[in-house]
Design a protein around this ligand. Structure first.
Ligand code: NDP
Length: 310
């Protein structure tokens, strides 16, 4: 056990966690950030960011997170590379158990653990994960240069991934389970203008096919006729949304049916536990933007600071 009690510990190092760290450090709270399983969060697996205010030109997600991390360190945040596996919020001093068995203690905790990509749940999807199945075009798109790929989903992520891959691959097929995309109109316009992107509507992926070299086709099934057909592709990118990363807090914090942490007082970052605050995609299933996550990180740090003063 680490005997030293901290004023504040921030769990998660995405836009919410690092912004909370910047504010907490500048309030002299000497924060520790536990980086978690994906340091930098979801923006480290995005490509172009053109909607985060302050950058006139497009910037890359991973670069932006490096900058945010450096900014947090520059103002005094301490970053620890570990994963929280258990918490005890039952007493005034909160205890956090890490994967390394280290235990941290703190007066206040900000949970900013974000969300993780969702999978289709097919056995073949697991079998070919990393061998043609991916949830990150930025990470893996390069391997499909000049090849044909499919992207599954109809939200912003799916459309952005399809657009990104269309600049690398010879052909991209977007497969969506309905006849209408959920993504922003501006992205849809770009998608429909691309010559090498096809959209297949009202279809789901029922099987991923391949051999020892990896994926070579997907079986798709119409949600209208139930008819199945094969589509030859070298890779398939799953982009069907996210689940909040809140398992470690089950039973300790109030959550909704989907596992999102519930704000105790809407419009603030208070949870149902005194001294524990939550921010970003582990709370927010509506906006889920880098800028809203950062905004919530700021709010959580200000809430925690005020709570400590009282
Ligand atoms: P979304 O939840 O917005 O979209 C998920 C998509 O996947 C939906 O079209 C959904 O279909 C489909 N889907 C879900 N489950 C399945 C399944 N089992 N089989 C087939 N299809 C499925 O997730 P995103 O990751 O796209 O976006 C998450 C949030 O992040 C959104 O708020 C988005 O706006 C934001 N975002 C913003 C970006 C930006 O501003 N640049 C970039 C990327 C994301 P259906 O439509 O039928 O529900």
């Amino acid at each position: 056990m680490n005997d030293q009690k901290e004023k504040i510990i921030i769990i998660g190092s995405g836009a919410a966690g690092l912004t909370a760290a910047i504010y907490a450090a500048r309030a002299n709270l000497n924060p520790i950030v536990i980086e978690g399983i994906q340091p930098g969060g979801q923006l480290t697996i995005t490509t172009d960011v053109e909607n985060y205010p302050g950058y006139a030109e497009v910037v890359q997600g991973p670069w932006m997170m490096e900058q945010m991390r450096a900014q947090a360190i520059n103002v005094g945040a301490r970053i620890v590379s570990d994963i929280i596996v258990g918490v005890d919020f039952s007493k005034n001093i909160k205890k956090l158990t890490c994967d390394s068995n280290k235990i941290f203690q703190a007066d206040t905790v900000i949970v900013a653990t974000g969300a993780q990509a969702r999978w289709l749940g097919l056995e073949s999807e697991k079998q070919y994960n990393g061998k043609g199945v991916s949830a990150c075009a930025t990470c893996d798109g390069f391997f499909y240069r000049g090849k044909e790929v499919a992207v599954i989903g109809g939200g912003n992520t799916a459309v952005e991934e399809a657009l990104y891959l269309s600049n690398i691959c010879s052909k991209v097929t977007l497969i969506h389970r309905r006849d209408q995309l959920r993504s922003e109109k501006i992205l849809q316009d770009r998608l429909f203008k691309k010559g090498n992107i096809d959209v297949i509507w009202n279809n789901i992926v029922s099987e991923i096919k391949g051999d020892s070299n990896g994926v070579n086709a997907i079986e798709i099934q119409s949600t209208i006729s139930n008819n199945k057909k094969l589509l030859n592709v070298d890779g398939v990118f799953i982009a069907i949304g996210h689940d909040p990363s809140t398992k470690a807090f089950k039973g300790s914090l109030q959550m909704d049916d989907e596992g999102y942490i519930v704000a105790n007082n809407p419009g603030t970052c208070f949870t149902n536990v005194d001294g524990v605050f939550a921010a970003g995609d582990c709370v927010d299933k509506i906006y889920r933007q880098a800028v809203t996550a950062a905004g919530m990180g700021c709010m959580a740090a200000l809430d925690a600071e005020k709570w400590l003063q009282n």
